[in-house]
Ligand binder design. Sequence first.
Ligand SMILES: *Cc1c(COP(=O)(O)O)cnc(C)c1O
Length: 395
Amino acid sequence: MNLPHPFHVLQAGLADLDVGHLTRRRRVADTPCAPRIRLDGRELVAFASNDYLGLANHPGLVDAIAEGARRHGAGSGGSHLLGGHSRAHVLLEDALAEYAGGFACHPRALSFSTGYMANIAILTALGGRGARLYSDALNHASLIDGTRLSRADVRIYPHSDVAALAAMLEADRGDGVRIIATDAVFSMDGDIAPLAALLALAEKHQAWLVIDDAHGFGVHGADGAGTVAALGLRSPLIVYMGTLGKAAGVAGAFVVAEDTVIEWLVQRARTYIFTTAAAPALAHAARASIALMRGEEGRARRATLQAHIATVRETVARCMPAHGSSTAIQPFMVGGNEAALQLADALLERGLWAPAVRPPTVPPGTARLRLSLSAAHETADVQRLAQALETLHRP
Ligand SMILES: *Cc1c(COP(=O)(O)O)cnc(C)c1O
């Protein structure tokens, strides 16, 4: 068949991706999220999920989803402002404000269907024309899209460069709204933002400090309350975003901030208002997950995770110059796209699944394996990975 011109544009684009080793493939899992999975029909040990505490297949949470569905039904049936706001959402928000809101005077939480939507909500509702938005160069795509949709005047500061950001803030006079936005744990490098220094700048310049803790919530801090709590930061200018589909093992996300900020989001955030509320059963399960993360089980799982991180860090340090990650995300830098794919394939041959991450997810020339660790891994799994990397890696 002779396809019309618009199709040729797509076909040429897809062919270009292939030539650059940039075509992405979705591998199909026939098993629940866990270290041992069957992926495209192969039995593998996976180092690919964000299930840092190993809760995604926790029997208590599976039961909680079922119980939530029996109690509240399968779907919410509407948006939060038009009948879809369930008691399950209210209870979840109360629990989140109490758990993660220690930085605020009057903390309140707002639940979202996804972290992507939560970030867009924050930046569009707080920003707008005339606002100035300062964004870290390695921020997550959802923060980037939020800056674009905000219509604010956007300034990208070099990754975690507090001095550069300070100079930008000094140079920008005028009294418009200012917003600093950063990942707390950077999702492809695993390093932690200099949050205390960023907060000092935010306070000095009366700017909002938007912190995306997708990879820290549930993991950092003695009770897992996240990176801001772990650092003991307190300020009414902090707007904290956490996700419920990573360490918490379920789905969704939330914002915790001062009551006034949350009320503004309810009134103005389009990704909150114009979308169907997440299934109440998920909110019910997320609340069960918070109880797990805060309790003894969460504490024990965090300790196991830290031991695995230490093992992999030592291996990575033996293979390449030190990098800054002390978190469950350990990048194994390769450089070229094809080389990263080859290393991932060689690991697959050994029954180990660690995905290669390529541009545009990471800057050109910095393709890598993104090793992500979970409390559900066994020590033997982590040692197998470490040994395979040392064998395969030729600097
Ligand atoms: C995963 C992630 C998000 C998006 O959260 P979802 O709930 O998956 O939409 C936002 N920010 C960062 C840093 C993330 O890693």
